[in-house]
Design a protein around this ligand. Structure first.
Ligand SMILES: CC(C)(COP(=O)(O)OP(=O)(O)OC[C@H]1O[C@@H](n2cnc3c(N)ncnc32)[C@H](O)[C@@H]1OP(=O)(O)O)[C@@H](O)C(=O)NCCC(=O)NCCS
Length: 299
């Protein structure tokens, strides 16, 4: 099966394929497809060069995206394949093409996250990838949120136009040194804040007076016919750590998500990130699965 580069005339075929991988209802379909389409426009991705499609008689049967994260020397591969092609030489071709591309753009390592696809994990290991991180898939589905008061001097507000620079600085400083975190540019933050899966009200900022102490970026994702609220990113800038304020911002964000009538709230977290896993467990998130990150050294 030929592997071709994405271009805009192939968008509808790609979206049709994405839909075929999911069992969405009308509302979740719009969210899922809109978010996927917009994610191809994130500054720095260049899908004409970094998105490949596996085609059979002109029909999309698989895709891969190669996200260049060269400031940290890596490229993240994301793939989707038709169920009947899982574990086949066609899937392997797509993996190899994506790895070649990652190498070509100068990445030192390729990372790929595998969830519930044992044949892909085996295939990656046979290609020289190794498991480097286990992330936890966590879900909160209780009826009531724990009570929480905002500490004196602090306030929670929503993101507004003009906040992109401050949010970029807060995010980059909170996540500096975190495994797999590539510093964001202001353009990327601005673009992501306008994606269909988020909103200005869903990005909560914790201020200490006028200073940004932390933030939580919430999103929505399709969950079969329903919608799941997602804690996308939460960060407390280093000088405010260890005082319990992450709980304030997390609970405020969960309250916001609940106001949207989501089915539940989910997140993914590095299983070795003790402050984060303790925080999530303490408000009632439960581990429901694992995501496995595989790495291939390219140089
Ligand atoms: C995760 C993070 C938001 C926590 O913020 P925080 O306000 O400093 O955390 P808290 O003071 O509320 O502590 C949360 C829990 O972690 C524990 N903790 C805090 N620092 C810790 C450390 N260095 N080692 C082990 N446990 C720690 C606290 O004791 C608390 O657990 P407890 O309630 O069982 O006592 C912050 O560390 C951060 O921004 N990290 C970088 C970004 C990140 O990893 N985000 C989460 C993934 S999306």
């Amino acid at each position: 099966m030929p592997i071709v580069n994405f271009n805009s005339s192939r968008m509808s075929g790609l979206l049709e394929f994405i839909e075929s991988l999911n069992s969405w209802g009308p509302r979740s379909r719009e969210l899922g497809l809109g978010t996927f389409e917009q994610s191809l426009g994130v500054p720095g991705l260049a899908p004409e060069d970094n998105c490949f499609l596996l085609e059979e008689d002109g029909r999309v049967r698989g895709f891969s995206l190669i996200f260049p994260e060269l400031p940290i020397g890596r490229s993240v591969l994301e793939m989707g394949i038709a169920r009947d092609l899982e574990g086949t030489p066609q899937e392997l071709d797509l993996v190899r093409r994506s790895v070649d591309r990652a190498r070509h753009i100068g990445a030192g390592v390729a990372h790929i996250c595998v969830t519930g696809n044992p044949s892909r994990a085996k295939m990656l290991e046979a290609e020289g990838f190794s498991l480097v991180r286990v992330y936890w898939d966590m879900v909160w589905s209780q009826n009531e949120l724990p009570d929480q008061e905002i500490p004196p001097g602090f306030s929670v507000r929503s993101y507004q136009q003009g906040d992109a620079t401050a949010l970029t600085e807060a995010q980059n400083s909170a996540f500096e040194g975190s495994w797999g975190f590539c510093p964001n540019t202001v353009d990327q933050i601005e673009y992501r804040s306008q994606m269909p899966n988020t909103s200005n009200q869903g990005i909560l900022i914790l201020n200490d007076g006028h200073k940004t102490a932390g933030y939580c970026w919430t999103c929505l994702s399709p969950l079969n016919e329903n919608t799941r609220g997602v804690i996308g990113m939460i960060g407390v800038v280093p000088e405010y750590r260890g005082r319990g304020i992450s709980r304030t911002i997390l609970l405020a964000s969960m309250e916001y998500l609940r106001s949207l009538d989501v089915a539940d709230i989910g997140l993914q977290v590095d299983g070795t990130n003790t402050p984060a896993t303790r925080l999530y467990t303490s408000v009632g998130f439960e581990k429901v699965g694992e995501l496995h990150w595989f790495e291939l050294l390219l140089s």
